[in-house]
Design a protein around this ligand. Structure first.
Ligand code: NAD
Length: 332
């Protein structure tokens, strides 16, 4: 199929591009490079051995979008483009609503005009908010506690209304848990601009001496060792989940929200321990007070993805840490 990946040079989009291209799909990438670099494209081409079509464009540019969709006879869109920092979304909410919500409306309007109605959306576990029970299943109440999560929920609601108004649309909102790791080649991985927000790239920068120590925000939570617990998932598992979702949207009109997680939670200390083993180095750490807005623990119920998509995560914490570190070493 001809598939447009918005945000396809970013962390999750680039890994998905590899799996799609290797399965014979025609991958077209659109990215405005606000959180990615052009060199990712060359690395994608060297991993896949294929030339990939790339457009430096913004999802808020309606006319450009329509032209890209029609010139490439796009049949389905995977929408990764978005801003993802919880902290920044609190400081600059309008930037987040504009990019994540208005940008998505603009994209689906362009799709509607070009009569394309298969859509896979990068949603997030942040849509659930404070756990009323765990694991979060897809029927858990949706009460995000930050602006970033609200933008994801708003888009899901817009997509649901769209499907109600026109049942020919086929939409999957994939609610990702905590993606980490990198492609085994070490050529692509998570490479945020500025100081990393996410734990794994931060640990990598401490291990390589770029950052002096890792801050652990709270070691007095009611978790197995007092630190926060998350459902870390290897980015290649996530990428394969998108291919499974693509097969699904081809046959199932409607709106479907599906968790992509492993169903297992690991603490910050678990992740550090696995990383120290993988990198054979000590991570200097400092325990700091809890951060407001952080949840103690959450993880996915992953059964719906298994039942509907026939997908389940395969890679363990060691593989996540080894591949993440391998990417970081090659890059620096
Ligand atoms: N990484 C995570 O922890 C995580 C968890 C849950 C959900 N998500 C969602 O998954 C998606 C992909 O995340 P990621 O980790 O790959 O992030 P990323 O920042 O690495 O990738 C996003 C890409 O989108 C591009 N982009 C952003 N706004 C754009 C715009 N207006 N027009 C065109 N391109 C634009 C960026 O340049 C970047 O290359 C995001 O929507 C994010 O909110 C990520």
């Amino acid at each position: 199929m001809n598939i447009l990946l918005t945000g396809g040079l970013g962390f999750i989009g680039s890994h998905t591009a590899v799996v799609l291209a290797q399965q014979g799909h025609q991958v077209v990438i659109l990215d405005n490079l606000c959180n990615s670099q052009m060199e990712v494209l060359a690395n994608l081409e060297s991993i896949t051995g294929k030339k990939l079509r790339f457009y430096e464009a913004d999802i808020r540019e309606g006319l450009a979008l329509r032209k890209i969709l029609s010139d490439n006879q796009i049949e389905a869109v995977m929408h990764f483009a978005g801003l993802k920092s919880v902290a920044e979304s609190a400081q600059d909410p309008l930037k987040y609503y504009d990019n994540n919500v208005c940008g998505t409306i603009n994209l689906i309007e362009a799709m509607q005009a070009e009569k394309i109605n298969k859509f896979i959306f990068s949603s997030s576990a942040t849509v659930y908010g404070v756990p009323q029970y765990l694991p979060y299943d897809e029927d858990h109440p949706l009460e995000p506690i930050n602006t970033y999560g609200k933008t994801k929920l708003q888009v899901e609601e817009i997509l649901q209304d769209l499907v109600k108004s026109d049942p020919s649309w086929s939409v999957v909102a994939l609610r990702y848990f905590n993606p980490v790791g990198a492609h085994e080649s070490g050529l692509i991985g998570e490479s945020p601009k500025g100081v990393p927000n996410n734990l794994m790239p931060y640990i990598c920068q401490v291990a390589s001496g770029k950052l002096p120590h890792l801050n652990i925000f709270g070691d007095d939570y009611e978790t197995k060792d007092g630190t926060g617990e998350r459902d870390y998932i290897h980015v290649m598992d996530l990428a394969e989940g998108h291919v499974a979702a693509l097969n699904f949207v081809n046959q199932h009109p409607g709106f479907h929200a599906i968790n992509l997680g492993t169903g297992v939670s690991y603490s910050v200390y678990d992740l550090i321990g696995a990383f120290e083993q993988a990198a054979n180095s000590m991570i200097v750490r400092k325990v700091q007070p809890r951060r407001s807005g952080d949840l103690a623990i959450y993880y996915a119920k992953a059964d719906k993805a298994k039942n509907l998509l026939g997908w389940q995560a395969k890679r363990d914490l060691q593989v996540m840490c080894k591949s993440g570190w391998n990417f970081h070493k090659q890059k620096s």
